[in-house]
Design a protein around this ligand. Structure first.
Ligand code: TRP
Length: 454
């Protein structure tokens, strides 16, 4: 049998996993949630969710992947042969496919904004809201940009684990972190930026209620890439000496730092120009910020230009490294399960995603009124079903699987690298307790809330 691929170094392992975690969720969604939900108080709740709920789940996905060194579907088959748990393996592959279809559309928008920022078009726009709507609702342009980012992702995946995913992450993640640092400096140097910082850092505990806590949990899971088998697939390429708990800690720390830094970039900049809290959703990044970039540095126009180019480059890099990690689970599944060549498996995944992604993209224009599924457009349907249903269900199954079904001895053995690493028994007991009780109940609560049950 051919030797299975693996990551070549510990740094590669951390950067690839961090590349998966750091994505549009950090740079775009997190700052909006912080702004709406009580500033520093939300950040505090969020960090608690990451530590108490996110980390144990991430470690669990690592255990499943590294123990079996198999794609997600076959990993469950090996750990629980002949049982219904295998359903989660397939669900993971399926969810990835779903997410990629609409994530690619928004990633395509970031490429468009990078290009129009670079050529100076964004600076000449007079009505940025109109500009965004015109672009996103047109028929061809967004589809072409989406297809281009999908193909970029394709080129990385087709090269395989070490020369594709690992090398790409090792190049892009340091660049991404550098850009973040530069942008924070930029943002802080703008006149009036202190107001934005004050807004972000003022803890408003009165805003924290059960619904805000649930949003923080949901955001933590999405941002850490938990719930479908992305991290499980990456972990199947981890070497046997990789330290699972330490890797998860580093990934969560990088992910959270990038999220908070994105808030430090966006809020001071927006406040310096508008002196009000920015609105939520796509509007923040694609409508409010282009305005900010135009006015930000007064007559020193090239600084505003540089700010916009670096910002959209940051978004694009974050999106691409996440897309790569979402592409790999279905690719690895096709490749190993049906014994295909990597190029064939990759091509199938990319083609389906471009095809379905096209429908998602057109749902902002041509197909806006075509809502065959639950009264939702294609984009909203894919977003809703994957992020609000499949991911939470996946999270619950993963925690129950590792908490109840796998033998504790085996899990301990994997976490301690067969006894080579010291894992305190009490910490292990807390971990198993969280997986068995707290995490499934917490996710169940998010799930019911998202479905509008309460
Ligand atoms: N974590 C990424 C972000 O913040 C998105 C992502 C990548 C993801 N892989 C995932 C979300 C798996 C859930 C599950 O944008």
């Amino acid at each position: 049998m051919e030797k299975r691929a693996n990551f070549g170094s510990k740094l590669g392992i951390v950067l690839a996993s961090a590349g998966s975690a750091v994505g549009l969720g950090n740079v775009w969604r997190f700052p909006t949630e912080v702004g709406e939900n009580g500033g520093a108080a939300f950040i505090l709740v969020y960090v608690l969710c990451v530590i108490i709920l996110g980390l144990p789940l991430m470690v669990s996905e690592f255990v499943i992947g590294r123990r079996t060194h198999k794609n997600t579907a076959d990993a469950y088959r090996e750990l629980a042969p002949g049982s219904a748990w295998i359903f989660q393996g397939y669900l993971g592959v399926f969810t990835a496919w779903f997410i990629l279809c609409y994530y690619g559309v928004v990633s395509g928008w970031t490429l468009k904004y990078l290009v129009s920022g670079f050529i100076g078009e964004l600076h000449r726009v007079t009505d940025s809201a109109d500009y965004f709507v015109q672009f996103s609702s047109s028929t061809w342009a967004p589809v072409v940009y989406m297809a281009v980012v999908m193909l970029m992702c394709h080129v990385v995946i087709v090269r395989g684990v070490q020369t594709g995913i690992e090398r790409f992450s090792k190049l892009m993640m340091p660049l991404l972190l550098l850009i973040i640092a530069l942008l924070v400096v930029f943002s802080f140097s703008m006149p009036g930026s202190a107001d934005g910082l004050r807004f972000l850092l003022k803890p408003d505990f009165s805003k924290i209620d059960s619904s805000v806590i649930l949003s923080a949990m949901g955001q933590a899971f999405f941002s850490l890439s938990i719930g479908m088998g992305c991290l499980c697939t990456y972990a199947s390429y981890f070497t046997d000496d990789a330290k699972l708990v330490k890797t998860a800690g580093s990934v969560a720390a990088i992910d959270t730092t990038v999220a908070v830094m994105s808030g430090f970039i966006i809020f001071p900049a927006v406040f310096s120009v508008e002196a009000v809290a920015p609105d939520a959703g796509p509007g923040l990044v694609f409508i409010t910020l282009p305005n900010v970039f135009q006015i930000a540095f007064g007559n020193v126009a090239w600084l505003g230009w540089l700010f916009s180019v670096l910002f959209y480059l940051l978004l694009l890099l974050a999106a691409l490294t996440s897309m790569v990690s979402i592409h790999e689970p279905p690719t690895a599944f096709l490749l190993e399960h049906f014994n295909l060549r990597r190029s064939t498996a990759t091509t199938i995944v990319t083609s389906v995603c471009i095809g379905v992604g096209m429908l998602c993209s057109l749902s902002f224009g041509l197909l806006a009124d075509f809502r065959p599924l639950f009264g939702l457009t294609f984009f909203d349907f894919f977003d809703f079903v994957s992020a609000k249903i499949f991911l939470p269900v996946g999270g619950i199954i993963i925690s129950l699987f590792v908490g109840w079904r796998l033998s504790s001895d085996m899990v301990f053995d994997e976490l301690s690298n067969h006894g080579h690493l010291h894992v305190p028994r009490w910490a292990f007991s807390v971990y198993i307790f969280l997986l068995r009780w707290l995490i499934p109940l917490a996710i169940m609560a998010i799930f019911l809330k998202e479905l509008g049950v309460f």
